[in-house]
Each structure stands twice: as structure tokens, then as C-alpha cells.
Design a protein around this ligand. Structure first.
Ligand code: 2U9
Length: 341
């Protein structure tokens, strides 16, 4: 008699456990069936008193077996609920980890900043100081001190943003170097990266605001050989491979002799291609030995000291490295463009 009621209770409880839909429903079954005080199993066990000892042992075993199975079934069903809840939670909270994280997106260094920092690190490792200076300059520091007299065409050509009061927006970073010569004095090694301004009509290869990097070394007995060594070292670092350079005569009021420096075309190896306009060489920068007038005007005796100087368009370098065909992208602020870097 007790056996059957135990088996019936067990099988009906197992069925109810299997069809329970909430942890609360399970808990109710557990209390009702396994409850210590008034659980169904306990009720049955109360009937064991009047049984023969061997019968009591047998029923006792049945009861424990039923109790074990029911507790196991309850625990397993609870685990299913937990797994189900987690699966729903994962579903609800699934995020495409390939998507950028919500909230502020990770910033990017602007390609110009990236290349400027590379060149700065290189020159600092070569004992150069990185100088900065005012973007609003005096006519003296931007022109006169650079041996560019008032009448000199370079002054006009360099369409300058003149400001009230005779100041101007610097057209090159050379005035920074003039200030460097005045404050640091020889011997000196310095570079001056930064923004420069030219009142030019904007198109795919001209901007009114662009970035330059100029540099110079003043010491005793500085020769063109020193100039070539430092330019080769810099360009090899920038293009991350050995470069061949050549100098061509070039005129700049602030250097004598002045040169245009070319590198052997990295695309065609000198054979001739559209990049080098079939010349095999690509112009990189202007340079030369600092004009004695420039040294003298900044208090440096050209009889005792001399030096080399160079200037390159950082913006142009970035366009070459990343194959950017329109200069206007660089100051467009267009995230689609900037996020590529
Ligand atoms: C001082 C003395 C000499 C810097 C120089 C160049 C030649 C040059 C251009 C390169 C591309 C400007 O951005 S660009 O258009 N610059 O070609 N710059 S020598 O000579 C100096 C500078 C400062 C005191």
C-alpha cells in the first residue's frame, strides 16, 4: 500500500517538476512534497511506525530513494531555469563585439601629427632641440631676418595674411629658427615643426593652412656633406627604407648655396613613372648652407660659425606616404577620412 503511494507521489511529483515553468512553482512543489514539517513524504513516513522492522527498513529505503530522485529532479529543473535565464539574458544583451564600443570612440592621431612626431623623435635622437614659436609673427622675424628684403619677390609671392598693426600669419616656420638663433646661440641643432599660412586659393594641392618642418645645425666647419648625411638619415627614417638623394641648385634668400633635394623614385626605382613624371627623381625639400646675412642679423659671426638648414612640407609628405590625392581631406575634420589612421 505505502509502496504505491510513494511511487505515485514520486512519479506525479516528477511530472509536475518537469512541467513547472517558474522557480517559485518548483519551490512550492518542494515544500509540498519534501517539506520537513508537513511535506507529503514526511506524511507517509509518519505511517511507518506500525510497520514490521524489516518492512519499515524497506519503506524507509523507498522513501529515501524517492526523496533523492525528487531533489535531483528539482535541482536539475532549477539549473534549466538558470540556463534558460542566462540564454535569454545573453540574447537580450548580445552585442556585436566587432562594433566600436558605445560611448566616446577611441581617438586617432592625425596623420600629420603622427609623421611630425616620428621626425621629432628622430632629430631628438640626433641631438636636435624641437622648437615652437608664435604663429602671429613680426615682419622682421618672418622676412627681414631671413634676408628677404621688403622689395624681394618672395615676399609678394608668398601671399601673406597681413594683420592690423603690421603683424602677419607666419608663412614658414623659419622665424622660429631666427628666434632660436637669437636665444640659444651657436653651436645649435634645432627643428621647427608647425602650422604656416599662405593666402592661396584652395584646390586639391593648395591649402591656406598647412604644416612644415624646418631645421638647421650651426657649428664650426659645417659642410654640404653634413647636410646630405642628415637629410639621407631623415628620409630613410620617414620612408622606412634606404633612399638615394641628389642635390640640384635651388634659390632661397636665406641659404647660399641653396639646393632642391630629390630622392630616387621609390615607385619605379628611377626607371621613370607618373609619380616622378618619368624623371626617376622626386623632389622632397629645399635646403642649403645658411646665408651669412641671416647668421649676422641674428648675432652669429659667419666668420666663426656656419650651418645648414632645410625645409619640408609635412603636409606634402603625409600625402605621399598615405597616397592622399586631395590636400583638403587633411583639414576637413571628416571622421570617415580620419578614422582610417
Ligand atoms: C633660417 C635659415 C634658413 C629653411 C629652408 C627651404 C629651403 C625650403 C620649403 C619646403 C617646402 C617650404 O613648405 S615648403 O614649401 N622650404 O625649401 N627652407 S632652406 O632655411 C632656413 C630657415 C631658417 C634661420
Amino acid at each position: 500500500m505505502l509502496d504505491r503511494s510513494i511511487q505515485e507521489l514520486e512519479s506525479s511529483s516528477l511530472a509536475r517538476i518537469a512541467s513547472a515553468t517558474t522557480p517559485e512553482a518548483l519551490e512550492a512543489i518542494r515544500v509540498e512534497v519534501l517539506g520537513r514539517k508537513s511535506g507529503a513524504l514526511v506524511e507517509i513516513s509518519k505511517g511507518m511506525g506500525k510497520l514490521a522492522p524489516e518492512e519499515r527498513a524497506r519503506i524507509g529505503k523507498l522513501l529515501n530513494g524517492a526523496k533523492q530522485n525528487l531533489e535531483t529532479a528539482l535541482e536539475a529543473r532549477l539549473q534549466e531555469f538558470a540556463a534558460d535565464r542566462l540564454a535569454r539574458k545573453l540574447d537580450a544583451e548580445w552585442v556585436d563585439l566587432t562594433l566600436p564600443p558605445p560611448g566616446p570612440r577611441r581617438g586617432h592621431l592625425h596623420p600629420i601629427t603622427r609623421i611630425q612626431r616620428e621626425i621629432e623623435e628622430l632629430f631628438v635622437s640626433l641631438g636636435f632641440t624641437v622648437l615652437d614659436g608664435p604663429e602671429v609673427e613680426t615682419e622682421y622675424h618672418n622676412f627681414d631676418a631671413l634676408n628677404i628684403p621688403a622689395t624681394h619677390p618672395a615676399r609678394d609671392a608668398q601671399d601673406t595674411f597681413w594683420l592690423h598693426g603690421g603683424h602677419l600669419l607666419r608663412t614658414h616656420t623659419s622665424p622660429v629658427q631666427v628666434r632660436g638663433m637669437q636665444t640659444l646661440g651657436p653651436p645649435l641643432r634645432m627643428i621647427a615643426p608647425g602650422r604656416v599660412f599662405r593666402n592661396e586659393s584652395v584646390d586639391a594641392s593648395h591649402e591656406h593652412t598647412f604644416y612644415q618642418l624646418e631645421g638647421m645645425m650651426i657649428d664650426r666647419e659645417v659642410s654640404v656633406a653634413h647636410l646630405i648625411y642628415f637629410m639621407k638619415t631623415m628620409l630613410t627614417a620617414i620612408f622606412r627604407r634606404e633612399v638615394s638623394v641628389r642635390l640640384r641648385p635651388g634659390f632661397f634668400p636665406f641659404v647660399e648655396p641653396g639646393f632642391e633635394l630629390d630622392i630616387l623614385c621609390l615607385i619605379c626605382g628611377g626607371e621613370g613613372c607618373p609619380v616622378c613624371k618619368a624623371s626617376g627623381w622626386v623632389e622632397q625639400l629645399g635646403c642649403g648652407l645658411v646665408h651669412p646675412n641671416v647668421l649676422r642679423m641674428s648675432g652669429i659671426d659667419p666668420e666663426e660659425w656656419n650651418g645648414f638648414a632645410f625645409g619640408l612640407g609635412l603636409t606634402r609628405l603625409v600625402m605621399m606616404r598615405y597616397g592622399i590625392d586631395d590636400i583638403r581631406w587633411l583639414q576637413s575634420g571628416d571622421l570617415r577620412f580620419l578614422e582610417q589612421f
